[in-house]
Design a protein around this ligand. Sequence first.
Ligand SMILES: Cc1cc2nc3c(=O)[nH]c(=O)nc-3n(C[C@H](O)[C@H](O)[C@H](O)COP(=O)(O)OP(=O)(O)OC[C@H]3O[C@@H](n4cnc5c(N)ncnc54)[C@H](O)[C@@H]3O)c2cc1C
Length: 405
Amino acid sequence: MARDPVVIIGAGVAGIRAAQTLTRRGVPNIILEAKDYVGGRVHSVPYQNTHFELGASWLHGYSQHPLKASVAKANLRTASTDYNAAHTLPGVGHRAGWHQLLQQAVARAAKAPKDAPLADFMAEIPDNLVPLITLENEMYYGASLEKLSGWNFDNGGEPDADDFMLLGGWVNWLKGQTRQLTIHLNTVIDTIQPTPKGLELRTSTGAKIMARAIINTMPLGVLQQAAAHAVLPELPTRQRQAIQRLGMGNLEKLFFTAPFASWPRHDVMIANHPLLPLWYDATPLLGTPTLMALAGMSALAALPPHPTAADWLKLATPALRQLIPSGPLPTLVAHSAWHADRFSHGSYSYYAVGSSPADRRALQRPWLNGRYWLAGEHTDVAFPANIQGAWRSGERAAKALLKTL
Ligand SMILES: Cc1cc2nc3c(=O)[nH]c(=O)nc-3n(C[C@H](O)[C@H](O)[C@H](O)COP(=O)(O)OP(=O)(O)OC[C@H]3O[C@@H](n4cnc5c(N)ncnc54)[C@H](O)[C@@H]3O)c2cc1C
């Protein structure tokens, strides 16, 4: 009788890498994915002759990135982006000033007897540095100064100034990576039960699937939901603590187009807007006049619960007016909504006050006698919150599982 396959929940980068690792070792496996597309938080949506990336776009730490070679092989267009060389619009403070403040805050936080919000360690922030602070914390770490751990907010990650943006091509990279894999889309896992015959998964339509072992790559935001407790069998206390301690951040992307690019032609631009400071001229990469903006936790908090395109446009208009002082403004043609996505509940994980790398390490431990593993960016210590961490986590979980099979 054929053995049950290893079931991987989620066809994001972690799930894909786990499946590749098992497949290469000849271990039968299937990926079950809730959505109707592969990639999870790497998500390209078509627009005219190109694609907008509603999820990840950058290869951070490009020179050492594990996907550098496969991206190059797929002939995808990338461009170096450097915040240090960003074009700042009038009123935005100098970056060096912000960095000094941050370094002082890190030093003060390190000496503190207990962890506290990063905000507590910041000396009074001059108004003109607010856009840079918003940019750095909300867009890079995924959360506001009040939420981030003063001790650990920047634990892990890549060297600064080694970022390459890939726009319009992740979908093609994903096609190449998943060619050999068995993936069932539109398959939502509702429950997992250990039984004497193996692990039994139930889908939202009631279908039953037996697994020899499971690698669960559901995002941290999903694991934090009460409903996930049906999906997580016999969650040990330490893992439960870790899931609750780490934070799930928010980042949304906005894409604007126009008949021609009437804004300053710089790759990265910082506007004097406290909630939407970070703008990119994506025209060279996409081949069509496009501006991309990033919006973090505070921008979402300032908007109604499920912001519409009109809400975003209203918020963005003062920044657009700085970029284009007169004449028609570009049109908002696409925006993400990861905060409201029930299969992610946010953009990526961050170190919330009280959490530490030990929490991510705790999530790497299996339970159910080595048959049940978690993977995903939230479980990686060296590169959490990004593609690289997700990739490493899938490989790590699959290799660890192989040892127990
Ligand atoms: C807006 C945004 C911008 C980002 N920018 C960058 C960037 O520039 N560079 C970078 O390196 N990283 C970036 N990231 C982070 C990066 O996208 C993630 O770290 C990475 O893609 C996570 O991969 P994963 O496999 O861990 O999770 P996911 O990609 O989320 O995969 C998990 C999968 O599980 C599925 N799932 C959930 N629940 C169920 C269920 N019940 N049943 C079945 N399937 C389920 C989900 O649908 C999903 O497909 C960004 C993320 C966002 C949201």
